[in-house]
Write a protein that binds this ligand. Sequence first.
Ligand SMILES: Nc1nc2c(c(=O)[nH]1)N[C@H]1C(S)=C(S)[C@@H](COP(=O)(O)O)O[C@H]1N2
Ligand SMILES: [Mo]
Length: 338
Amino acid sequence: MLIKHSKKSQLKESQLTSESIYKDRRNIIKSLGLAALTFPFAKPVSAALFDVFSEEKSNDVTFKRSPLNFTKNTNYQSLTPLTPENKVLQYNNFYEFGTGKGDPFQYSQQFKVDPWSLTIDGLVDKPITLNYEDLLKKFDIEERLYRMRCVEAWSMNIPWLGFTLATLLKQVGVKSDAKYVRFETVYDPEQMRGQSSKFIGGSINFPYVEGLTIEEAMNPLVLLSVGLYGKTLAPQNGAPIRLVVPWKYGFKSIKSIVKITLTDKQPRNTWQAIGPDEYGFYANVNPRVDHPRWSQKNERIIAEGNVFQQERKKTLMFNGYEEEVAHLYKDMDLLRHF
Ligand SMILES: Nc1nc2c(c(=O)[nH]1)N[C@H]1C(S)=C(S)[C@@H](COP(=O)(O)O)O[C@H]1N2
Ligand SMILES: [Mo]
């Protein structure tokens, strides 16, 4: 009886899922009911377990990362313990390559990062396009150890390499009517399996888009990262260049950027478009604002060993960067502007 019952409900769920991809994305979550628990930012337990046990996945070809020249920024060197490099490289969110934590590593090793083209345009004095070499050579690269807090309630400590977004924005000259910065990830379904299938790509409408206010973008904490752990980025971490905004949930730190546009309109970011009740524009780490489906008061620290048997710690307001960024939101109701 029980077995039969569970089979029947499984069948129902998969039928619903396949029908739903033809519906308006905004209706998917509602129409699925319980099955909506599988996404966004979640997946069936069996699949999640598979990721853990397949941690030591081998690839025929592993992307080659090159050593970078950099200086250590002494203001951001004390953060312990660092997340082991293999976890930073193999426990990822990058829906362009699939929704499983192991998918980005498994399916991105042949991703081409050179040639690359990053255009900065919109409300700027001097629009520019940077090629792959420019990204690594045009700016002085520094190392900063930052906390990263995913909206799914896990966290890492990562030694990033990069330069501040403010450095780049000052170089192109921001016009006075620019109020927001919009970022866009590369769109290349032939190289990114998630972009060619709604199932594989977690029902996202690609390209992935993110945004910051000008004041946020100019904050000296915001990095454009081109590397980590002393070497250039791997594709699964957003090679050749990605954003790092340490006081916001990880999904704001958009990967593999091809376009940065200065604009007077608030960009509609990818996760807000999918679930406006669950993900906002600001997405500041805030233990007082729970996700509708889980608490944000604590986080699982990704360290050595099984990713589900980790120590937990209390989540800090603005992910511990309150001193640097609280002034940006002093007149804002953070319960409403989540
Ligand atoms: N283009 C793109 N950028 C993305 C994502 C994504 O799916 N696509 N995932 C985000 C999420 S949810 C997190 S937590 C971080 C994870 O970065 P990492 O895998 O390098 O640790 O990347 C963010 N940037
Ligand atoms: Mo995330």
